[in-house]
Design a binder for this molecule. Sequence first.
Ligand SMILES: Nc1ncnc2c1ncn2[C@@H]1O[C@H](COP(=O)(O)OP(=O)(O)O[C@H]2O[C@H](CO)[C@@H](O)[C@H](O)[C@H]2O)[C@@H](O)[C@H]1O
Length: 467
Amino acid sequence: MKILHVSAECYPVAKVGGLADVVGALPKYQNNLGHPTSVVMPFYNNKFTQANSFDKVYEATLSLGESSIVFNVLKTTEKVLDFDVFFIDIPDLLYKEFVYSADDTQRFLAFQIAVLDWILSRKEQPEIIHCHDHHTGLIPFMLQESYKYESLNKIPVITTIHNAQYQGWFGYDKLHLIPEFDSSKTGLLDWNNTINPLAAAIKCAWRVTTVSPSYMEELKENANGLEVLLSHESNKCVGVLNGIDTEVWNPETDHYIIKNYDIKTVQSGRKANKKWLCDKFNLDETKPLFAFIGRLVGEKGVDVFPEVFKNSLEKEAISILVLGSGQPETENALNNLKPLFQGKYNAYIGYDEKLSHIIYAGADFLLMPSRVEPCGLNQMYALRYGTIPIVRRIGGLKDTVIDIDNEGFGLCHDNVNAAEVEHAIHRATVLYDNQEKFKTIRKHIMTIDHSWDVSAQAYINLYQSIN
Ligand SMILES: Nc1ncnc2c1ncn2[C@@H]1O[C@H](COP(=O)(O)OP(=O)(O)O[C@H]2O[C@H](CO)[C@@H](O)[C@H](O)[C@H]2O)[C@@H](O)[C@H]1O
């Protein structure tokens, strides 16, 4: 079955968060299962596009309302990735140093129209179009309703919701930008009197998936306004747990980390990575190291950190290291703690792929007090590298981490508040003090298999059910 993924992000081409990891791995595993799978994404101005040369495979002009916009479809000259990636090049709109910005409505509408115009022109068409998040949410609608794409409307289209908090809303003043359709179908675009691309995708896609089974259930109660819609459409919705790319995320071969290790050499390998982190960030390597990696936004629960860190660093003999960027007030609060806890706490505000790998390889515990966590990849990377996750029981975290008190391997809490996170940190220090148990758990978690093998097949089964 020929599969085409449509996405704004794909690792290692362009990554803002977990969406890139998924779209950078799932196609590889689907190819391995014998299904030719490719990705189409925007052509950004970044390290990847600067480092490679590209051939033009298609050129045309698209209509965005009254405007005519020339676009190209590009492919790398050499085979760089394990699967084909096609790039939509619209210089004025997409060729930027960033992935997302304030004028995303125009940018991603033009992208989606270009994708469909290009598919229309191809002799060999995909047998499944797999869209990711709201940036590609109008594709299911356009396939079904825009006159121009009528000949494509038998191609099954599925949408995966990686995060329902973001829906891509825009006003009716931009309705005319969508290729012409029967105006009596405008309701399919609407949710609460505004155009809502994610809602349109939920209504028009043949199947809707979320990235964990628990998140699917939670969305019926809490989906940033789409609860009723998701409950109504629940027959075509299913949760498929994300996997991880075990070639990229492998402590034995990871070229980013300071010392590679496997289950037999975990002790010395992790010691070297921890020492590097502690030297670099002025932390005490004899104490348990707690880390956080991620976007500094409300849904990750990071607003509790200033209070938690202050209290825990005063009470416990621990070190804490943060890697992340996001809301300026949280960035400032985390920076402001540095002078108060020198030698015990540090934060790198920014994005650094290499550092993230070293943290998974060197920290003892990874904090994830998420308010919302559709799946979460960090806890799975942590497990593979032998870092014990401390998570709130929500979404994919609930599906992948079991508490040590329930014969599991992680530390879990039910709510996002300072007291519960502090208590979980305290429990982690007790575990750390029992080095024999700590090391047994560490070895065990490295053997848990979260590779994409199972879930890539689950998606194939889903595609086959609608083909
Ligand atoms: N400052 C930084 N420096 C370096 N690396 C950083 C970083 N900040 C984040 N990362 C990396 O970005 C990725 C984050 O992935 P997550 O899945 O945890 O969250 P995200 O909320 O982006 O994804 C959304 O989509 C994914 C994929 O479906 C879901 O798992 C998730 O629950 C959902 O919120 C990881 O690879 C992490 O290491």
